[in-house]
Design a protein around this ligand. Sequence first.
Ligand code: UT7
Length: 318
Amino acid sequence: MNFKIIGTGRACPACVKTNDDLTEFLDTSDEWIRTRTGIEERHVMQDGESISQLAVQAARAALENAETDPSELDFVICSTIRGDYITPSMACIVARDLGVRCMAFDLNAACSGFIYALDCAAGYFERGRAKKGLIVSAEAMSKMVDWQDRATCVLFGDAAGAAVLELGDNVLASQLSSNGNVDALNIPHVYGNSPFSHDDAQPSYLHMDGHEVYKFAVNAMATGLAETIQAAGLEQSQIDHVLPHQANMRIIQSAMKKLSIPHDRYRININRYGNTSSACIPVLLDELNQAGKLERGQILALTAFGGGLTNGAMVLRW
Ligand code: UT7
């Protein structure tokens, strides 16, 4: 046994910044961003907003959609690169605000975090430790990019997505990996003020070798998806919905060419959100669910890549 998804939710900051808005302080253009990435606008947190609040909002929406009372939850797992605190975890804050005392912890697999969290959750169901659980992926990317670096800041946005899981057997196959490439994408940590070690503190901004990540991403998405679909005992033509990590429309299109899944099965919302890291897939999942586009029994294929460099793919029945 593993799980089935019984509810989804999402939350985004109210403030939307278009590409044109960014040209007010950055040497960029709507044309460059649109043609190189497919992004048109992104949600950005403003004063008084916190990523934990967004996570709680998404969690409440998913619980309502699943008609589940928080007291039924056996775990809360959050995937995030950066919660509001190093400790406590974001999951502990979500659990507190939902009024539950079940196990709660964060997991960081960068943009692959939602798939890593689903895979991790499957283990609790398999071991009989859970009947229901909550996954929340919430990312404050706008707080980590250097807003003077046009090569990175235009790519990202803030959001939270959530899913409620229940004991079931809907996960057909999954695959996770990492390749230990620290230089391609990293965000240095806070350094503190220890009198005993004097590290050269680097600014805590996102650094990225876009070309390196691009090459990795296309291969990882195409190979990871193909192998996971095969492990599920399915043909690529049997996939009803592909939910790819929304990092760059050109990455998705290049991966599409390497696969034989019909192109009309790929679901995209990068134009409205940009890259919200591990929140991309659960936000997209909730949009499809709320729009009534997912039918019970349909086959979903999720695929993501990110800092690590990590890679994750999962095939599951809706
Ligand atoms: O979740 C994982 C997150 N990361 C990714 O998925 C990133 C993967 N990589 C990419 O998506 C692409 O490599 C980028 C979108 C980051 C960059 O696209 P590119 O087509 O590889 O552009 P480039 O880096 O080769 O830059 C081309 C030109 C450069 O100018 P010169 O040297 O040719 O004069 C850049 O300085 O575009 C310039 N440029 C920009 N121009 C206007 C870079 N960023 C911008 C910008 N606006 N925002």
